[in-house]
Design a protein around this ligand. Structure first.
Ligand code: ZN
Length: 294
């Protein structure tokens, strides 16, 4: 996941649709007359969004308000997708290519992804100088990724699972993990960050704990969880997550699920001060970012 918590793009985390779990999906079997609302699934980004600002959570996850793009979001998506393309194009199997050819090929993967966002980028009203900086900075990140890939003897390693979505039904919890190296012992989970520092925030720790929960729930094995800070050479950092922290995170997820049963915007105060700026105004007057009543 990228350093800001809106990746994957809000609304793309789709849990599996199972009629047994959600009678609203299967009205023929629904014996009650009450409309049933679709259960909300939580992801690392939505858990952190709720903790940072309940109003932001409400707008993005419940009211489905459209969020304004940001340069950090677009850049993060472009870099993540470019790394995904590295494996999809099987460059991880091209040990025979000279480094002098591989480096521009990896940079080109980013440029292709960046160009896909030209329209969104034009709405940001950034100067050409600012945009050039982000392109330059991102190209360096791609080269740092390649550097670490080669250093870790990536050509000789089994290909990781890229952007794999995992689910834990009992907690209605899901997450898309950037890279899973399941052939190692213990298995290694990697989250790519495009953040400008290596600060290990509480948000990041919680995110890794949720990945660990999801992985253990699915594979019954505790993984090693890491963050690859792409801005830095040798940016892969491993963080131990204690069983106690895992238990606390599960309790936190259950608590948030209880709190987000409400459909009333007044139960979701803005604590960030940015909601009005970050979301487009909604046609539904109950969904306006700056609505008072809290
Ligand atoms: Zn807010």
């Amino acid at each position: 996941m990228i350093s800001i918590t809106a990746y994957p793009p809000i609304g793309t985390d789709k849990p599996p649709q199972t009629s047994a779990r959600n009678s609203a999906e299967n009205p023929a079997k629904d014996t009650s007359n009450q409309p049933k609302k679709k259960p909300i699934w939580l992801s690392p980004s939505s858990v952190n969004a709720y903790l940072r600002c309940p109003r932001s959570f409400y707008l993005s996850r419940i009211a489905k308000a459209k969020q304004k793009p940001s340069i950090h979001l677009i850049r993060g998506i472009a870099v993540h997708n470019a790394i995904g393309q590295f494996y999809r194009h099987r460059l991880n199997r091209c040990a025979n290519i000279a480094l002098s050819e591989l480096r521009p090929a990896v940079v080109a993967l980013f440029v292709d992804e960046w160009n896909r966002h030209k329209e969104s980028l034009s709405t940001l009203r950034l100067t050409d100088e600012d945009l050039d900086f982000f392109v330059y900075d991102s190209k360096k990140m791609m080269l740092n990724f390649l550097h670490d890939f080669i250093k870790a003897k990536g050509f000789e390693q089994p290909a990781p699972d890229i952007e794999k979505m995992l689910f834990a039904y009992q907690y209605r919890l899901l997450g898309r993990i950037d890279a899973i190296h399941s052939g190692r012992s213990p298995p290694l989970l990697v989250d790519f960050k495009t953040s400008k520092s290596k600060e290990f925030s509480e948000d990041y720790k919680r995110q890794l704990a949720i990945y660990s929960i999801l992985y253990q729930n699915h594979y019954r094995e505790k993984p090693e969880v890491t963050i690859h800070y792409l801005k830095f050479p040798d940016g892969l950092e491993t963080y131990p997550i204690s069983d106690q922290y895992i238990d606390e995170t599960i309790a936190l997820v259950k608590d948030i699920h209880t709190k987000i049963q409400s459909q009333d915007i007044a139960d979701y105060p803005c604590t960030c001060g940015w909601c009005e700026r970050n979301f487009y105004p909604q046609k539904n007057p109950n969904c306006n970012p700056n609505q008072t009543g809290i």
